[in-house]
Design a binder for this molecule. Structure first.
Ligand code: KIV
Length: 288
């Protein structure tokens, strides 16, 4: 039933559980945790929506968990656009954030804007995420927002920087690094990012940033005090090759899936599949 508000006819939301930028902010203010989960395709998005996650991230972790790349650096714009399209099909009404791949927001502001808009127009994401908080990243945030595209920032152990960090190392352990990340958190919030992902940092830093900045913080390996948490779909379902300390595994599909395939192989080899109920017009052999 359409409702009228200030002279504008708006359609009532079909899905009451469809947060957006405003609701994320309200959730932080009310102390309600925000749950983000990655999804990369039609089925993972459908499951995430069915379970009612608050927000979906089409992360560039897709490169590692779905393409078997060694890290996220090899992920391309086309990879991300295609995964966003598939994710949107499974989650037509969800708030979807898309990662901008390595080197797609570094070279020029024009290119940055063009790439961000691809993820929104072709990929049908609602917002983009970029890693880092140095001055050129702040310019990128401004440029993308100038195109009316909401931006999520990502600080701490930013996986696109592993070659600079010398591997997947917790960031912000030393006082100097801690202060730099804290200052970058203020800077990305002031530049207009509407949300901040904090990855691989000490709990105290996650807490201090979350208390001091007004935008919601979403942690992954950032302790208990961030405004929400994000996990990689394949990690919580036990489908990843590695299990970092910060992951809680809620299912072990790495056992369930091969067991199911083994059962199928067994049934075919032993003539138990297909059975009569799987056959069109089965031949009934005459009993002797
Ligand atoms: O790519 C990704 O999945 C991410 C999360 C780990 C935050 O960026």
């Amino acid at each position: 039933m359409p409702i009228k508000e200030k002279g504008i006819k708006i359609l009532k939301n079909k899905n009451p559980h469809m947060p957006n930028i405003t609701s994320f902010k309200k959730m932080k203010q009310k102390g309600e945790k925000i749950v983000m989960l990655t999804a990369y395709d039609y089925p993972s998005a459908k499951f995430a929506v069915e379970a009612q996650v608050d927000v979906i991230l089409v992360g560039d972790s897709v490169g590692m968990v779905m393409h078997g790349y060694e890290n996220t650096i090899q992920v391309t714009m086309e990879d991300m656009v295609q995964h966003c399209i598939a994710t949107r099909k499974g989650a037509p009404e969800a708030f979807i954030i898309a990662d901008m791949p390595f080197m797609t927001y570094h070279l020029s502001l024009d290119e940055t804007k063009r790439n961000a808009s691809e993820l929104i127009i072709r990929g049908r994401a609602n917002a983009v995420k970029i890693e880092g908080g140095n001055p050129s990243r702040l310019q990128a945030i401004h440029a993308i927002i100038d195109c009316e595209i909401p931006v999520v920032a990502h600080l701490g152990l930013t996986p696109q920087s592993i070659n600079i960090f010398g591997g997947y190392k917790v960031q912000g352990k030393e006082e100097k690094e801690y202060q730099i990340i804290l200052e970058q958190a203020y800077a990305v919030a002031n530049a207009g990012a509407f949300m901040l992902v904090l990855e691989g940092i000490p709990e105290a830093l996650g807490q201090e940033i979350s208390e001091k900045i007004s935008i919601p913080t979403i942690g992954i390996g950032a302790g208990r005090y961030t405004d929400g948490q994000v996990m990689v779909y394949h990690d919580i379902l036990g489908m990843s090759d590695i299990l970092p300390k910060f992951v809680k595994q809620y299912a072990d599909l790495s056992k369930v899936i091969p067991d199911a395939i083994k059962a199928y192989i067994h049934d075919v080899k032993s003539n138990q599949f297909p059975a009569e109920e799987h056959i069109y017009f089965p031949i009934h052999k005459e009993t002797e």
